[in-house]
Ligand binder design. Structure first.
Ligand code: SAM
Length: 482
């Protein structure tokens, strides 16, 4: 039997079934142990030091106790601390992005995904480079600066060379004042050599959802194709790091397996990356299974309520305080609003999950990966964020300034966010307001910028930010950053 070892590079040792089962037992036994719960909450709380707020995070066992706890008053405390952590390390900024589907050709047999090989009636499409350009122009015309590219796994239709060519095309499009400044990549697990090529192509985060950490279920849910190999999939982030990518994004597809099992696995995966590579995941995504072409989400009997989903997000925030958390348009406006209060730091906006969807007038469904719940325009999402006190940020400065991996984490931990990320958010928001926003959004936006500029502690930084904002308003100069 495999023995739990977070430093091991073997999937069954760092995501250890026995350890997860014992964690769940421990959590169940202590779910009403108020004394222990209070100690864990105390440990999770940010503490003020001379150099700003600090957080220790929680172990998978501690975080699992919180997730198991059903005492309303304690859950309220978790939410409050989650919000405090978010504000301490990420401020009130919310980063915006959009997915870009390149190809839905796929050789896998994933039971929850309509792109599975046996689906013969879904339209198959792969963008040509000219079509990539057109999609990128459409995304730039909305105001997007950051994309996550998505593709099925198909070595013939979507080899790594195709993905690399698309990345080059995307970075090469400069339409009016537009630019895509960060391309994150969500493609199937691959080799160290291919990860190195992605790194050289200048990608931001490499994102790969584990789907489920439960090996037996994983094998059943991925009956055919290369993705069937649980170990290869689970060890992908280690290969990505070996290939030089130090920003990696984890995620579980909630609804496939028991959420408590998945949660413990997810936190163990984060602990493993920290233990082996000295840096945890850059982001964690929290997708839930959705209806799609030939997929009925009720066929999976582990669906979770919005309340549990919110609790999961809050517990992730407490466990890994420095990791960004992403919620997509799979979720409704109402759910996204709730999640923003418990620590989400990134949302997608105006997403289309079909291949070539952005160049169509009406939302196409023929090649779509799943139904999108939040169908608002980017302008509506930007306005909504500001109306609830969040600064929409189109910033991509960190990775372009080499602040990736542990250097990004150091920035996060150093308390310099108000002198760095905050002005960057305000400057990129100004770009959005000048180039793409409706009059109503512009008005709210400039009021917010005026107010938020006052919160920059360093006089010199505040002065430069103000000057740059004036330059953006009065000229075509763009892309200022700290
Ligand atoms: N083919 C790659 C892979 O296997 O990782 C790329 C990712 S796929 C385009 C993006 C993600 O969409 C998957 O990892 C999965 O979690 C999610 N997904 C698939 N089917 C879904 C569904 N019916 N509802 C919600 N999310 C789904």
């Amino acid at each position: 039997m495999a023995i739990y070892n977070p430093k091991s590079l073997k999937a069954e040792e760092f995501i250890n079934d026995q350890e997860i089962l014992e964690t769940l037992k421990y959590a169940e036994k202590n779910k009403n142990n108020v004394e222990l719960i209070d100690t864990i909450l105390e440990k999770a709380r940010p503490v003020q030091t001379k150099t700003g707020a600090k957080c220790q995070g929680l172990t998978h066992r501690e975080a699992s106790v919180l997730l198991a706890c059903e005492i309303p008053e304690k859950i309220e405390q978790m939410y409050k601390i989650a919000e405090e952590i978010k504000l301490a390390f990420y401020g009130n900024r919310i980063v915006l992005f959009a997915p870009l589907y390149l190809s839905n050709y796929c050789v896998n047999g994933c039971l929850y995904c309509p792109y599975h090989l046996k689906n013969k009636h879904i339209g198959r499409k792969k963008l040509t480079q000219e079509e990539v350009r057109q999609e990128v122009i459409a995304l730039q015309d909305m105001g997007h600066k950051r994309l996550a590219i998505e593709a099925g796994e198909d070595p013939v239709h979507n080899p790594i060379e195709y993905i690399l060519e698309c990345i080059q095309t995307i970075y090469g499009v400069n339409h009016k004042n537009g630019a895509i400044r960060r391309v994150n990549v969500n493609i199937a697990a691959t080799t160290v050599e291919n990860y190195r090529k992605l790194k050289e192509a200048g990608i931001g985060t490499y994102i790969l959802f584990q789907e489920t950490y439960h090996k037996k279920s994983y094998l059943e849910l991925h009956p055919t194709g290369p993705k069937h190999d649980y170990d290869y999939h689970t060890e992908a982030m280690d290969r990505a790091m070996e290939g030089g990518i130090d920003d990696v994004g984890l995620g579980v597809l909630f609804g496939l397996e028991m959420y408590k099992y998945e949660f413990a696995g997810l936190i163990m995966h984060a602990e493993h990356l920290e233990a082996v590579h000295g840096v945890g995941p850059h982001t964690i995504s929290v997708p839930r299974v959705k209806h799609a072409d030939d997929i009925d989400p009720t066929a999976f009997d582990n669906s979770i309520s919005d309340e549990i989903f919110t609790k999961i997000a809050a517990c992730i925030r407490l466990a890994v305080p420095y990791t960004g958390m992403i919620v997509s348009t799979r979720e409704s406006e109402e759910v996204r609003q709730k999640l923003l209060q418990v620590g989400v730091s990134q949302v997608s906006g105006a997403s289309r999950t079909s291949v070539g969807g952005y160049t169509e007038e009406d939302r196409p469904h023929d090649t779509e990966q799943f139904d999108v719940s939040d169908q608002r325009t980017l302008d509506e999402v930007v306005r909504w964020l500001m109306e609830s006190g969040h600064i929409p940020s189109f910033c991509t400065a960190c990775y372009r300034e080499g602040r990736t991996g542990d250097r990004f984490m150091s920035l996060c931990k150093s308390g310099q966010i108000l002198n760095c990320c905050h002005p960057n958010a305000l400057m990129t928001l100004t770009e959005y307001l000048e180039d793409y926003a409706s009059e109503q959004t512009k008005e709210i936006g400039y009021q917010m910028i005026e107010k938020e500029l006052q919160r920059i502690p360093n006089d010199k930084v505040r002065c430069i930010a103000k000057q740059n904002i004036e330059d953006i308003k009065n000229s075509n100069r763009r892309d200022f950053r700290f």
